[in-house]
Write a new protein. Structure first.
Length: 137
């Protein structure tokens, strides 16, 4: 009977050792699985962070490009306004200075008209030269 009890205890001990081994084995695989899941989550979070940063940079770049476009447009408008003002002043100066020849108020012939137009063109050219010299900044 003692032998039977020893065999039964041996079998129980073997089952206990196998059960503990199985539990240890299962716990090890569970731990490894959790570690792999955590690593995968960290990779996903890192990728998301990179994507978010890229989106933010892209937005910032777009905002910066739009700012540059606005500034360029404002500069272009300011130059156009300045040019229009300069052209107006120039035209006003021309109208104050230029006096047509008295005989050019009414054309007597085609040749006379050509002479008057050439006279006006020559006067305008001279005015342009002087005006440019006086307005060089």
């Amino acid at each position: 009977m003692k032998l039977i009890i020893q065999i039964a205890l041996g079998i129980l001990l073997a089952y206990a050792v196998m059960g503990l081994g199985f539990l240890a084995f299962t716990a090890y695989f569970e731990h490894e699985a959790k570690m792999q899941i955590q690593e995968a989550l960290m990779e996903v979070k890192a990728k998301q962070a990179i994507q978010l940063r890229n989106v933010q940079l892209s937005k910032q770049e777009k905002i910066e490009q739009r700012k540059q476009q606005i500034i360029a447009e404002q500069n272009r408008k300011q130059r156009a306004i300045k040019k229009a003002e300069d052209d107006k002043l120039k035209q006003e100066a021309w109208l104050k200075i230029y006096k047509p020849r008295p005989d050019c108020e009414t054309y007597t012939s085609d040749e006379h008209m050509v002479e008057c137009v050439e006279y006006r063109s020559e006067q305008r050219r001279k005015f342009e030269v002087v005006y440019r010299k006086l307005n060089i900044n």
